[in-house]
Design a binder for this molecule. Sequence first.
Ligand code: ZN
Length: 80
Amino acid sequence: MMNCKEATDLVSQNLDRQLGLGQRIALRLHLLMCHYCRNYAHHLAFLRRAAANLEDHIENQTNLSLSEESKAKIKQSLNN
Ligand SMILES: [Zn+2]
């Protein structure tokens, strides 16, 4: 059985590229046996989804603009 270091490396690599069949089987077996690496895999997948959602959120915010009141306050602050 692969060790936890090898398993977590493969979990990370699996997010960026498709693993070979042997690596996928070995990783799957390790994750079945090791709850630490299983938790790591779940947390990494969660963080990846959260980052993607944040990126989408930021892209959707490009149409934001300041209200006229806010613009006036900023101008007033800059003039003082
Ligand atoms: Zn492990």
